[in-house]
Write a protein that binds this ligand. Structure first.
Ligand code: HEM
Length: 415
């Protein structure tokens, strides 16, 4: 995420590969056409702005994610154009090993795949409730919005339940979630920056208050917040700053990513009815791979960033030390060297899972099991109950470039 700030300067240089990623509507309309053009020019493109590069292939993205860094070398400071006070900092995402290894080990004690599996039944119940409510709304003559009625509330209710945040206290969360999504944007004009800072201060105060309540009660509790408070590795434990930043990251990731997988995934299936039918007819056997293919086909997180501290050879391309790399996950996932006919949606694709939608290396998404559970449950229930699902109006797209998804998707459940 540090990489993006550098490009604010680069984008002013006309004809630069980075400017197509950062300016105008082209990327929002069809990022995959832009990526294909850039890929034709090489696997690792350098910007005219010195110290900046863009990865366009799967091999280079994977190598960058595994071999490069997210922060400054220890004992040094990042140059001012790469520094930015994010509400998500200091979190796992902007910490390199060995600090990262330490925090991730502690957080992984609280946010385990087992804790996610315990949520399986709850995912079924929450999904069924939301779909029942949507069905009742349609019967009463209302318009169902796949995003507002299912894709957004399912991940929100799941992560709040796992963290142990009472539903009555979530009124500011929508605003905080959008502001956190903006904090990942490569270009942030001053008023956007102010909105992020205000929301960041509010969400910090809210989370600090929650931990304070647990401490005063003298009982950390059995949920993820409680387990974060209790997590220990020998004498080591999470500091107050780390506790708060981690919780904001879990909450933000819980709110702003899986909604895009369910939303963009439904739109992709509606546009490919023969693929929708495959899932609708046999969800038990097809939905797992279908979710991997949807993650590949229209990735919810389109890009991330890494830094090269020293001269590095990346999958055959040489990168000078001090370069900041925009890693295009969405381009890696359409690389024809890895995925046959990459622009075709094929829910039975044998190697769909080779996608980099959850990143690679030590920062590989900690919430991947939860995201998969939510999306699989949503698609299986929705499509088996309503195999004749139809889009009834234009889908409106979010305007963020890192997180790609929909704001609305009007649908009709029954013919
Ligand atoms: C990291 C994607 C859902 C928690 C990441 C990264 C990506 C990603 C690409 C790594 C970024 C990088 O390497 O620079 C996604 C997608 C999701 C999703 C596509 C949904 C479809 C979730 C959920 C949670 C979550 C539901 C938890 C509630 C995290 C955490 C990290 C992370 C804690 C940081 C891991 C680390 O740095 O060690 N995610 N994510 N994610 N994600 Fe997710």
């Amino acid at each position: 995420h540090l990489a993006y700030t550098a490009v604010r300067t680069a984008m002013r240089v006309t004809g630069d590969p980075t400017s197509r990623l950062l300016e105008g509507q082209e990327l929002l309309r069809d990022p995959y056409a832009v990526y294909a053009d850039l890929r034709a020019r090489g696997p690792l493109l350098t910007s005219r702005f010195p110290g900046l590069a863009v990865s366009t292939t799967h091999a280079v993205a994977d190598a960058a994610l595994r071999d490069l860094h997210v922060g400054a070398p220890s004992g040094t400071e990042l140059p001012p154009h790469l520094r930015w006070d994010s509400p998500l900092s200091p979190s796992l995402l902007d910490t390199d090993p060995p600090g990262h290894t330490r925090i991730r080990r502690l957080v992984a004690q609280a946010f385990t795949p087992r804790a996610t599996m315990r949520m399986e039944e709850q995912a079924e119940v929450i999904t069924a409730e939301l779909i029942d409510a949507a069905e009742a709304k349609e019967r009463a003559g209302g318009q169902v919005d796949l995003i507002a009625d299912l894709a957004a509330p399912l991940p929100i209710r799941m992560i709040c339940s796992m963290l142990g945040i009472p539903e009555g206290r979530t009124d500011r969360f929508t605003e905080w979630g959008s502001a956190l999504a903006l904090s990942l944007e490569p270009v942030r004009p001053p008023e956007m920056q102010r909105r992020i800072q205000t929301a960041g201060a509010e969400v910090r105060a809210f989370i600090t208050g929650l931990f304070e309540e647990r401490r005063q009660a003298g009982d950390p509790g059995e949920d993820v917040l409680g387990r974060l408070l209790a997590a220990r590795d020998g004498e080591d434990r999470l500091t107050d700053d780390e506790l708060v930043a981690t919780t904001i990251l879990l909450l933000g990731a819980g709110f702003e990513t899986t909604v895009n997988l369910i939303g963009s995934g439904t739109l992709a299936l509606l546009r490919h009815p023969e693929q929708l039918r495959i899932v609708a007819e046999d969800p038990d056997n097809t939905v797992g791979n279908a979710v991997e293919e949807l993650l590949r086909y229209d990735s919810p997180v389109q890009m991330t960033g890494r830094l090269a501290w020293e001269n590095t050879d990346l999958a055959g391309s040489t990168l000078p030390g001090g370069t900041s790399v925009m890693v295009l996950l969405g381009a890696a996932n359409r690389d024809p060297d890895v995925f046959e006919k990459p622009d075709v949606l094929d829910v039975t694709r044998p190697n769909a899972k080779a996608h980099l939608a959850f990143s690679s290396g030590v920062h590989h998404c900690l919430g991947a099991p939860l995201a998969r559970l939510e999306a699989q449950t949503a698609f299986a229930q929705l499509l088996s109950r309503f195999p004749d699902l139809r889009q009834t109006g234009p889908a409106r797209r979010r305007t963020t470039r890192v997180l790609r998804g929909l704001e609305t998707l009007p649908v009709r459940l029954r013919p």
